[in-house]
Write a protein of this length. Sequence first.
Length: 362
Amino acid sequence: IMMSTLSKSFGLHKIVKQHYLSLAKGAECQVTYIWIDKAGENLLCKTRTLEMEPAGIKALFSWDFQGKQGNRKITEVVLVPVRMFRDPFTLDPNKLVLCEVFDGNYAPTGSNQRSQCVKVMENVKDFQPWFGMEQEYMLLGLDGKPFGWPSQGLPFTADPCTVGINNMLGRDISISHYRACLYAGVNICGTNAEAFPTQWEFQVGPCEGIEVGDHVLMARYILHRICEDFGVVASLDATPIEEKKHTSGCHTNFSTKEMRSKGGLQYIEEAIARLSKRHSQHLRVYDPHGGADNMIRLTNQSTTSSFQSFSTATASRKVSVRIPDHVSRSGCGYFEDRRPAANCDPYCVMRTVIVDEKMGEK
Ligand code: ADP
Ligand code: MN
Ligand code: MN
Ligand code: MN
Ligand code: MN
């Protein structure tokens, strides 16, 4: 059933849509509110008309809606706009707006991890914390199999970064996503083909404080929308296909003002020492299933580290936390936590990295 639904939606003529999108309209602004679902993993959206373009995030009001809580019980839920982007699908002046979700008593719902994360960032703002996230994803066909792979085994053996149709699959998605993010105002800083054909990555950041989480979520939303148009599925699963050795992560890079300054390597090493003592606490929030996804992903093979124990090194990619080679050479910069899974809630990851920073305060 699912497959035929997917095919039908994709099969609609996209060129016909262009006619309607080109129709003249007045000053109205279509605003799409976007939020994380109850499971804390997927994104939801709905759109409304405003009389005119909002001047900024403060000009947008909250939107109540009937949320399903658990099985059937209906409660009022409130969407509170927190960051506004340009809409790369229906173009200016239309907006995409990321929202936090609150219950009827204005308490953050269980999936609203941002609310708490904002407070943590506020407490540590003197550290000037910067984050950068590397979002990996795998393109699947409408049959749930890796997009473009033969029915058995791997298509090609070459490094997907090698150009040529025999080496990579799905570049249209990556190119379109990159441009759409730039149009929207997402702080995307790069993209590359990943470890196996039809797996890709984009990088967001560095941004200070809460921002990177917002930008990663908007980049994910834009990715899923683009994939709708192309008729493929972008999977953020930690192990998206049956062969569990193909894994996707969301490496999280972090620095403070001290780490970025001359002699910062010392602060990086101190932070990593603190991280090493809290391995299991971190893994509990580095995927949306309490560590169950990473238990399968982090097998200590190829480019992943061990789920059981913490490891660190310079320039090695088979560790929990890595100091990039250029950071070690220049003596300052940032570190990379390679443990978060591709489907992680960015705010959970950010907050947990910061908790360690706070612990470092004397
Ligand atoms: P990798 O070599 O691990 O594949 P990438 O080039 O894919 O690294 O990604 C590097 C990430 O590091 C980007 O998301 C970027 O925004 C982030 N980054 C760069 N400098 C800093 C910094 N000073 N603090 C935090 N993150 C940073
Ligand atoms: Mn209705
Ligand atoms: Mn990378
Ligand atoms: Mn990668
Ligand atoms: Mn990385």
